[in-house]
Design a protein around this ligand. Structure first.
Ligand SMILES: *Cc1c(COP(=O)(O)O)cnc(C)c1O
Length: 431
């Protein structure tokens, strides 16, 4: 019906008159993206929670421990932000690639672990590591191109790959080889349209760190294939086992590396939305191939991290003391051990690798030992309903039959959550 006379057309509750054709609909790629987001899957799991339970809901599904007192950020970072606000100097728009002083601070921070020095020109500030992922994938997404992604991995890569029209191809991380990359698979998946491979190190979701030797092999394979390595190091330095963290940029004389990171995890401030993208490229290959120009162009037309936080970055990165870092890592080590030891006592769950980094562990679920549990998704939905705890089904990460458990939780709450998990498994056990 036309609204020709200027009066209101009153909705009749039965919808529009037939025959009207609206010309809009959502981007078809978004249908796939919903299954490719952790938040989407956790929403489905969470919709099973029983509001009558009376017990506190325990979140072992996502990696944001900022709500817990034992993971409170350092006062150095808080003071830096307060000072930045009070100065009155940072209420303006920042330059699209970031404040020069903040870029310099990030380049110095990253250079400490590299065999050469990054320049502030190599660093671009982003709205968390999440926007750095968006930027790098869009810049590389020429028609027909494909990209190699880890499985299990971080679903934002799948979602962004889909949205920008890249083709994602998956190589496995091998549970029985310390979750190392299946490098033979990397070689066999690649073809002349492959532009990049993604590694996440320390590994979300597996809780391991790659050795120096393994990373060097990654560099060799990528060089042979002529592709760039995108290194997501958002969990850098959150390792607590015997193996050190080595940044992929250490091998950038072999192959160009684009390092992604943020303050979200190491400083436990994911809400501050400050991340970066660094071109680790001593041979100038990314510059020659216009990738750095592409990053600048993309950032010119997207939103920036808040100027207030950017201005606080030199102090946050430069003045945070070892005490804070040590405390966080010790807490993670404690909670990882609580988690691992308690999972060992559950029959239907097996854990191929004791976590030594990040905030997560991947475990195999043997649903055949349980009554009335179809698969990992069913397990997590019933667990939410009966025990008020949230765990991420492995299907969300391309690993049907697995679960990802977050141990970055206040220790008493984590113990409570794991006890509920144990009693759920016990109750559903087949005789
Ligand atoms: C949390 C996370 C991100 C996103 O980091 P933000 O800085 O919060 O945007 C990116 N990659 C991985 C692997 C993560 O776990």
């Amino acid at each position: 019906m036309e609204n020709g006379g200027g009066g209101l057309v009153v909705a009749n509750g039965k919808g529009e008159a037939e025959g009207r054709r609206w010309r809009f609909k959502p981007n078809e790629r978004l249908a796939a993206v919903n299954q490719q987001s952790i938040r989407g899957v956790l929403d489905i799991v969470g919709s099973n929670l029983n509001g009558e339970d009376g017990r506190v809901v325990i979140q072992l599904g996502h990696g944001d421990p900022s709500a817990f007192e034992s993971f409170r950020t350092t006062s150095t970072a808080e003071d830096a932000v307060v000072e930045s606000i009070r100065s009155g100097k940072f209420n303006r728009y920042p330059p699209s690639i970031g404040l020069p002083a903040a870029r310099r601070a990030v380049s110095e921070y990253l250079s400490k672990d590299l065999p050469y020095k990054l320049s502030h020109d190599d660093v671009f500030l982003t709205v968390g590591c999440a926007q750095a992922i968006e930027v790098v994938l869009h810049v590389l997404s020429r028609p027909g191109a494909n990209i190699l992604l880890p499985r299990p991995g971080f679903p934002l890569y799948e979602a962004r790959t889909t949205l920008c029209g890249l083709e994602g191809r998956h190589f496995d991380l091998l549970p029985d080889q310390h979750w190392e990359i299946d490098l033979e698979a990397v070689e066999s998946l690649a073809d002349e349209n492959t532009v990049a491979m993604v590694i996440i190190n320390p590994v979300n979701p597996c809780g391991n760190v790659f050795s120096r030797e393994h990373l060097e092999k990654v560099a060799g394979v990528a060089r042979k294939l002529g592709i760039v390595v995108i290194a997501d190091e958002v969990y850098a330095h959150l390792n607590f086992g015997s193996r050190p963290f080595v940044p992929m940029g250490a091998f950038s004389s072999i192959v160009p590396v684009i390092t992604l990171g943020s303050i979200s995890k190491r400083w436990v401030v994911p809400g501050w939305r400050l991340g970066w993208l660094a071109a680790c490229d001593p041979n100038g290959i990314l510059k020659q191939n216009k990738i750095v120009d592409g990053v600048r162009s993309y950032l010119n037309v997207s939103s920036d991290p808040p100027t207030i936080i950017q201005a606080a970055i030199p102090k946050i990165l430069g003045e945070t003391t070892k005490d804070f870092f040590n405390k966080t890592v010790q807490t993670l080590k404690l909670t990882a051990d609580i988690c691992y030891n308690s999972l060992l006592q559950i029959d239907c769950i097996s854990c191929p690798h004791r976590p030594e980094a990040s905030m997560f562990v991947m475990v195999r679920l043997d649903a055949s030992r349980l009554k009335n549990i179809k698969d990992d998704m069913d397990f997590c939905c019933k667990l939410a309903k009966e025990e008020s705890i949230i765990v991420l089904p492995g299907s969300a990460l391309g690993m049907k039959g697995w679960l990802r458990i977050t141990f970055a939780v206040d220790p008493p709450l984590l113990q409570d959550g794991l006890a509920r998990l144990r009693s759920f498994c016990h109750r559903h056990k087949k005789n």
